[in-house]
Design a protein around this ligand. Structure first.
Ligand code: GUN
Length: 292
């Protein structure tokens, strides 16, 4: 393997130590940052993400108000909990884990969270501000990717960044953020998606290739330019009877052969995942400061 591994766990540890220090300083001034967490349903992946978020809060000294609700929870009940958190001075950030069950209108739920407590950066008000390059809560996964690029010394200015995937959570906001004229951004951005023709001809032009399509190992070595920086946002469970859990985690990128070609690459797990949670802690801390 020739690529340098961008170690998300290590970068996250570094940032979380900085955040924990600041949380302590704030606590000595009488303010403990607080995060309201809501999970509806039993999706195993969502459940493990939420657990990891709660554990990370605890370690950083952030208070978390954890709400696990059954799948048949009504939309009205969920909105009622959000309303309570909107008014609760101990809560500075509200996180509703997505996806929600089909009977709940996701758009309505995200609109109900006060923009000043929207630490996921999903409220249209914050999405609009982000797009205009104005200060706003930035969505955690794309912000985590940008922090990884900055902290591992990747030059983004003028680089061709190709993003595979156009989700509201990753692809679209990341494209916007990388486009901004600012540190760790300022790239030429192309977005590929399920209707893109001859995707390899585009990904082969990428100085920075970001895979965020949610399709196990869809990016193969023949799609990567030698020396490219490869960021794998995918976390996919694939059946594996040799594992105790019955599955293993793989990214959207075929890791081994691409690590032979790339200059830097993120692993799965231990890449982008830990940074996503870190940026949630960061936003919650920022929100607590804004509420002082
Ligand atoms: N589901 C997948 N990623 C995320 C995220 O960053 N935030 C929330 N709330 N739900 C998600």
């Amino acid at each position: 393997m020739s690529a340098e591994i961008i170690d998300g766990k290590e970068l996250a540890k570094e940032m979380r130590a900085e955040i924990a220090d600041e949380v302590q300083k704030l606590a000595s001034q009488g303010v403990t940052p607080g995060l309201g967490v809501i999970l509806v349903g039993e999706d195993p992946a969502s459940n493990s993400y939420v657990k990891a978020k709660e554990r990370a809060c605890e370690k950083a000294g952030i208070y978390s108000d954890d709400n696990r609700l059954p799948t048949d929870t009504s939309e009205a009940k969920l909105l009622e909990i959000i309303d309570r958190m909107n008014e609760d001075p101990k809560i500075h950030g509200i996180l509703v884990q997505l996806p929600l069950p089909d009977h709940i209108d996701e758009e309505k739920v995200l609109l109900r969270i006060k923009p000043e407590k929207d630490v996921d950066g999903f409220h249209p008000f914050n999405v609009g501000k982000m797009m205009l390059g104005q200060p706003a809560f930035l969505p955690c996964t794309p912000h985590g990717v940008i922090q990884m690029l900055i902290r591992s010394g990747v030059v983004t200015k003028g680089a061709h960044a190709v993003i595979v995937g156009r989700s509201n959570i990753v692809g679209k906001p990341l494209a916007n953020m990388l486009l901004q004229k600012a540190e760790g951004r300022n790239a030429t951005v192309t977005v590929c998606h399920s209707a893109t023709k001859d995707m390899a001809s585009i990904t082969l032009q990428a100085d920075i290739l970001i895979a965020a399509a949610g399709k196990p190992e869809m990016i193969t070595a023949d799609m990567v330019k030698p020396g490219a920086v490869v960021i794998d946002v995918g976390v996919n469970r694939v059946e594996d009877s040799s594992k105790k859990k019955g599955y293993r985690l793989v990214g959207d990128v075929e890791f081994e052969p691409i690590a032979e070609k790339a200059s830097k690459i993120t692993p799965v797990p231990g890449g982008v995942g830990p940074m996503t949670i870190t940026m949630l802690l960061y936003n919650t801390l920022e929100s607590a400061k804004n509420h002082m």
